[in-house]
Design a protein around this ligand. Structure first.
Ligand code: BEZ
Length: 211
């Protein structure tokens, strides 16, 4: 059965471009973005891995460790990394899992046989420091992912872990949020001193609480 939001992210021990890692030990008290690639030496993946390296400061700011996976061996990954660095003008600074026996790909249901019998699709798992899966995304091989969206989801998760709000359509850091419908106006007065605009009793917009 596929993994769902709220499930514990399965642990595994695997070879990566940065040596053997035990996933839970490696992630420690960080958030993790675990994401899969159809294959090494492919154009879209090359751009995605380059972008991940360039976003290091953004991941660090959010206490997030990225880790990529493809079902090719680590020796191939290492050769590919030099192409990524050259073509994307960056230095890959995170591990890439060499999942040649597809152990992790199968554990995380990253192979969708009706799309491709052997290659992984573009899966993303956002995992919190308690090892819980907090969000998943699945894209086809032909569509590169939007890493701004991945960061945006992490911002929303980290905000809503600490404040009784949710984030509306297309929200980005700094914009107004919605007060959870489960919060009474009486409680909202204590929790949202900046006030709110009530469009409907269930739709109360408030400035982002931690800004
Ligand atoms: C790519 O990463 O460029 C790619 C991989 C498989 C199919 C299409 C594109």
């Amino acid at each position: 059965m596929s993994l769902r939001i709220g499930d514990t992210a399965p642990d595994f021990t695997v070879e990566t471009t940065e040596g053997t890692i035990d996933f839970h030990e490696w992630s420690g008290d960080h958030w993790v973005v675990l994401y899969s690639h159809p294959a090494d030496f492919t154009p879209v993946c090359t751009t995605e891995l380059g972008q991940t390296a360039k976003l290091k400061q953004e991941f660090d700011k959010r206490n997030v460790k990225p880790i990529a996976l493809s079902v090719d061996p680590v020796d191939d990954h290492k050769k590919w990394v030099s192409d990524i660095n050259d073509t994307q003008n960056t230095t890959v600074n995170f591990p890439i899992i060499g999942d040649k026996d597809r152990k992790v790909a199968e554990l995380y249901d990253m192979i969708h046989p009706n799309a491709d019998a052997t290659a992984t699709v573009r899966s993303v798992f956002i995992i919190d420091p308690n090892k819980k899966i907090r969000a998943t995304l699945t894209y086809p091989a032909s569509t590169g992912r939007n890493f701004g969206e991945i960061l945006r989801v992490i911002d929303s998760l980290q905000l809503t872990d600490h404040h009784k709000v949710a984030t509306p359509v297309d929200w980005v850091e700094g914009q107004d949020c919605v007060i959870l419908p489960s919060i009474s106006n009486e409680d909202a007065e204590k929790q949202f001193p900046k006030g709110w605009k009530e469009l409907r009793p269930y739709l109360r917009m408030t400035p982002q609480p931690d800004k």
